[in-house]
Write a protein that binds this ligand. Structure first.
Ligand code: FAD
Length: 540
């Protein structure tokens, strides 16, 4: 472009019209290896569609035009609704059409459905992560609802399992698709849900009246929320619909929407229950157990979501580095930048391998050992992946230099989005305490780990040393070591997958980089070449 004053050159174009699935060799390999080969054609088509300039623009619009609280109607009646930008609805439509909210729960769900869904989730995360909140809560709530949905709402099961997104302001039973939210956190405590003060009193017809509040109540436009409240028998889980069976609005008042650092396309509200109607799910006093069961699923999604954001940040950084020249060379060919980008790509190779092994464990959770692996590595992955995402995106930003810090580069949006996955659904320390709890209480878990790691023993000295160190720590684990233990466990789990499935030079480089306490060493030029090829979708 020629202006009067200067010629514009050496300005990379933004990354658009790439296939988000085909450009990620680690993801393609993992999907096939862990049992969802059958989904690869569809994933390629989803990846193509989501990577278009039009899809990315929808993400930008949804994030740049946050939802608006409509507390009253124009005639002054209580409305308690939320208005979204049309881009939000289009993105939600895509998520539901791709069954990210229910793929694993259909009657005849295919083997590997968890794996396929994890891949779809990661692809959607790269467009606008705010939309993942409603689908992850709906996904996690569905198995419980399939078992316990109260009688007056039985006709809701069909829209719950449909592939439709239906934002109409109408009772769930009349809709083609529904969404479910969750309300646990109150002002006085979120991690410690036992401190909940919302009360639930049983009525003659078997329903309950809820009085109290929730301090965080995301997706308030959901057709129902699963809400924790104190009943006579203890903390219990209630189905609190937006509309009552007689078509009236339930007495759930939206007080305000949170003004958040990121996650801006998604609505998170504060609510009060003014004698709201709720229906008990399961038995009184089972609330914590039920929430924890759902928590496993939402926590896994947090790790997938952060991984998707990291993947997008890396793609943008790589695309830029291939075009931008400094000191007479493309950035990607400057040895120091090549090292930075190769390490980032290698880190994501490991994450992908572990996350998809974990997806397979979730898929096969009827097997005791697979269920135990999922139980242990889900909080570990949530802790480690979500924490790692924050500096990772900052590094990607720096690859772009000044423009990386500016909104048009996508990276500020990814950066603002990142910390939330570490905070909600159980913040970092809570994940580490959970890992310690599983290690202490899950029968046979240490034997399972030992057997699993024994399969790769002797292949890499950093891996072997790190496992010996962890075994020592596990003899008498201290609560204050929770982060150290969780991180090391995650890295060993990941290293084990790399040693099994990556090429030996790549697996060993990963172990040096992540497990060598002296900080690892340089990768060979050939390995850098291979890693970077794989990260851009060409085989390495
Ligand atoms: C954008 C957003 C949306 C949300 N949406 C929802 C929603 O829809 N529904 C819902 O129920 N909640 C929601 N939350 C709330 C979220 O789940 C809680 O904020 C989170 O669980 C932490 O609870 P808290 O804020 O009360 O912090 P606290 O419980 O006070 O914890 C503060 C810090 O202390 C740490 N900590 C707590 N106990 C210990 C301990 N024993 N040892 C060491 N460290 C400890 C925690 O890890 C955390 O870092 C949302 C939060 C955000 C940011």
């Amino acid at each position: 472009m020629h202006w009067h004053t200067h010629t514009v050159f050496n300005q990379p174009t933004p990354l658009s019209n790439s296939n988000l699935f085909l450009s990620d060799c680690a993801l393609r390999d993992a999907v096939g290896r862990e049992g969802a080969e059958w989904d690869t054609d569809l994933l390629a088509s989803i990846g193509q569609q989501l990577g278009t300039a039009e899809s990315l623009e929808l993400g930008r619009l949804a994030n740049g035009n946050p939802p608006e609280l409509l507390r009253y109607s124009v005639t002054g009646e209580r409305l308690d609704d939320v208005r979204f930008h049309p881009a939000w609805h289009l993105l939600m439509q895509g998520l539901c059409a791709n069954r990210v909210h229910n793929l694993a729960w259909e009657d005849h769900a295919r083997k590997g459905a968890f794996v396929a869904r994890a891949a779809r989730f990661i692809l959607h995360a790269q467009v606008e992560a705010g939309t993942l909140c409603p689908v992850t809560m709906t996904f996690a709530a569905t198995p419980l609802l399939q078992q316990t949905l109260p009688k007056p709402f039985h006709e809701w099961l069909s829209p719950l399992l449909s592939d439709r997104y239906d934002p109409h302001f109408a009772p769930g039973g009349q809709k083609r698709g529904i969404l479910i939210g969750m309300g646990m956190t109150e002002k006085q405590g979120g991690s410690d849900v036992l401190s909940n003060t919302t009360r639930a009193e049983k009525c003659n017809d078997g329903s309950y009246r809820l009085v109290g509040h929730k301090w965080f109540f995301s997706v308030p436009q959901s057709d129902a929320h699963l809400v924790l409240a104190q009943a006579k028998g203890g903390l219990s889980c209630f189905f609190v619909p937006r509309f009552l069976p007689d078509g009236q609005r339930n007495a759930v008042r939206l007080e305000r929407l949170k003004e958040k650092l990121g996650n801006r396309s998604n609505a998170s509200s504060e609510v009060e229950f003014l004698d709201a109607s709720g229906w008990l799910l399961g038995e009184e006093g089972e609330g914590v157990r039920q929430i924890l069961r759902m928590g496993g699923l939402t926590r896994f999604d947090c790790a997938l979501g952060s991984h998707g954001l990291m993947r997008r940040a890396l793609s943008v950084a790589l695309y830029h580095a291939h075009q931008r020249q400094t000191f007479g060379k493309n950035l990607i060919d400057q040895p120091l930048m090549r090292d930075v980008l190769s390490r980032m790509a290698l880190m994501l190779e490991g994450q992908t391998a572990l996350l998809f092994r974990l997806a397979r464990a979730w898929d096969r959770r009827d097997d005791v050992e697979e269920a135990a692996l999922a139980r242990l590595f889900t909080p570990a992955a949530k802790y480690s992946v979500c924490k790692a995402g924050i500096p990772f995106v900052a590094e990607a930003m720096e690859v772009l230099g000044g423009i990386g810090y500016c909104e048009e580069s996508e990276l500020p949006r990814l950066y603002r989005e990142m910390p939330v996955n570490s905070i909600w659904e159980g913040s970092g320390n809570i994940m580490c305490l959970d890992v310690l709890r599983v290690l202490a209480k899950q029968p046979g878990i240490l034997d399972l780990l030992t057997d699993d790691f024994a399969q790769v023993k002797g292949q890499d000295r950093h891996f072997d040393r790190s496992w010996r160190q962890l075994q020592q720590k596990l003899r008498k684990p201290q609560e204050a070591q929770g982060r150290e233990i969780t991180q090391q466990l995650f890295l060993l789990g990941t290293g084990g997958q790399m040693l099994r499935h990556a090429s030996p030079p790549m697996a060993q480089a990963w172990c040096r980089m992540m497990l060598d306490t002296r900080g690892g060493s340089l990768m060979s030029e050939q390995l850098q070449h291979d890693v970077l090829l794989r990260a851009t979708g060409r085989v390495g």
